[in-house]
Write a protein that binds this ligand. Structure first.
Ligand SMILES: [Zn+2]
Length: 202
């Protein structure tokens, strides 16, 4: 793509670094910004910069948060005896949107995948174990909200062996629900139902 302006070219290059954004879409976005009032671009830039600089990860559940401890972990209305284990923040959002779950979460940051070189030490498993083995832990059940793939199974199996030694019950949300990155696309009613009617993990 030939540009008559280096400034446009540079902006297009930056946009096209985003997932799912090709050069053509990037150009469309850049030209759209040019048509708007200047404040529109300034606001976007400021919002992104602030988000990047100030975002935190909850020190308990590792969900994205504005503070050291996220709103879910801080809430007195949540059931502290259940933790739903998920791969990333998008899964938390998807489950929260169902309004069918009132327990806590633990964001693993991925799943065990030898092909991608992701091992147990790359995930927040140690932090989970610490969380559930402290004397004041009220956790009685861990729900696996992981991908129905071999990697998801491996991860669930590995963690279930560890937590069962502590007398914690494990369960899994209904199979067939696309989870992990795709859980956000599962419709809310189906996802909500599958959490309510979760099955014991063997
Ligand atoms: Zn939290």
């Amino acid at each position: 793509m030939e540009f008559s302006s280096k400034l446009i070219e540079s902006a297009v290059n930056e946009f096209s670094k985003l997932p799912g954004i090709g050069k053509k879409t990037a150009l469309r976005l850049v030209l759209h910004l040019l048509k708007q009032e200047e404040i529109f671009t300034t606001d976007i830039a400021q919002s992104l910069t602030e988000m990047r600089q100030n975002i935190k990860y909850c020190k308990k559940c590792h969900n994205i948060s504005d503070e050291e401890v996220c709103n879910i972990c801080k809430s007195h209305k949540r059931d502290n005896s259940i933790i739903c284990l998920v791969e990333d923040t998008r899964d938390v959002l998807a489950i929260e949107n169902t309004s069918q779950y009132n327990g806590l979460y633990h964001v693993l940051g991925g799943i065990i995948s030898p092909i991608e070189g992701i091992g147990t030490e790359d995930l927040t498993i140690d932090s989970l174990m610490e969380r559930v083995s402290t004397p004041d832990s009220e956790v009685k059940e861990i729900i696996f909200g992981l991908s129905p793939t071999m990697e998801g199974d491996t991860t669930a199996f590995y963690i279930s062996k560890k937590v069962k030694q502590l007398g914690i019950k494990t369960s899994t949300i209904a199979r067939g629900i696309p989870i992990g990155g795709e859980l956000e696309y599962a419709d809310e009613i189906t996802l909500g139902r599958s959490i309510v009617s979760r099955t014991t993990y063997e």
